[in-house]
Design a protein around this ligand. Sequence first.
Ligand SMILES: *[C@@H]1O[C@H](CO)[C@@H](O)[C@H](O)[C@H]1NC(C)=O
Ligand SMILES: *[C@@H]1O[C@H](CO)[C@@H](O)[C@H](O)[C@H]1NC(C)=O
Ligand SMILES: *[C@@H]1O[C@H](CO)[C@@H](O)[C@H](O)[C@H]1NC(C)=O
Ligand SMILES: *[C@@H]1O[C@H](CO)[C@@H](O)[C@H](O)[C@H]1NC(C)=O
Length: 191
Amino acid sequence: MAQMASKSLTSAAILLLLLLDWSATPTVARVRNRHRPCKRMVFYFHDILYNEHNAKNATAAIVGAPAWGNTTILAGQNHFGNVVVFDDPITLDNNLHSPAVGRAQGFYLYDKKDVFTAWLGFSFVFNSSEHKGSINFAGADPLMNKTREISVIGGTGEFFMARGVATLMTDAFEGEVYFRLRADIRLYECW
Ligand SMILES: *[C@@H]1O[C@H](CO)[C@@H](O)[C@H](O)[C@H]1NC(C)=O
Ligand SMILES: *[C@@H]1O[C@H](CO)[C@@H](O)[C@H](O)[C@H]1NC(C)=O
Ligand SMILES: *[C@@H]1O[C@H](CO)[C@@H](O)[C@H](O)[C@H]1NC(C)=O
Ligand SMILES: *[C@@H]1O[C@H](CO)[C@@H](O)[C@H](O)[C@H]1NC(C)=O
């Protein structure tokens, strides 16, 4: 009898501990208000696509082309089937020659024949006095839209476990060699 009582007392104690532990778990505040990001940052990144004549300055290269194209020139039909790998400088303003605070590294691919649209997968990699860490992005980039939203799917370092949305805008577009994107990043989960 006494043994049973002490057993249920132990179970109750364990349950209490579990409850306490569960309620104490989120030690760091998470912001879950869709109207109020916990962090907001604006960056620009600059993409110079290799075109046979700019090997020295190019920051991006076509690495995949459909059977009817090649890796020197973006294919017809809205570049469908092209895959481009990039390592673009990130700046705080829209000047290509401003000091880079990090690199935008990843790829974009064109995935629709009849509409000019792309899919992006890349990271902002920071190792500067301003920022240390990385932010990872993925999502559809419907280029005909003035602004497009892509997902912030994670981060490391200063941006540990970051989640949110980035609004992309093509800030400049010069032929098929140079473009500049403005990224307005809003994080809704900050640690
Ligand atoms: C490379 O960049 C420099 C500096 O912006 C520019 O003067 C030069 O014309 C560029 N070269 C090519 C081949 O685009
Ligand atoms: C790549 O394709 C373009 C357009 O079809 C063509 O003008 C160019 O000569 C091709 N370049 C190579 C290296 O095959
Ligand atoms: C970041 O920069 C520091 C100082 O320049 C350097 O020692 C370190 O290796 C860099 N880290 C990475 C991951 O590039
Ligand atoms: C494209 O723009 C339209 C109208 O501005 C907007 O409703 C839509 O959500 C945008 N699409 C994306 C994927 O950003």
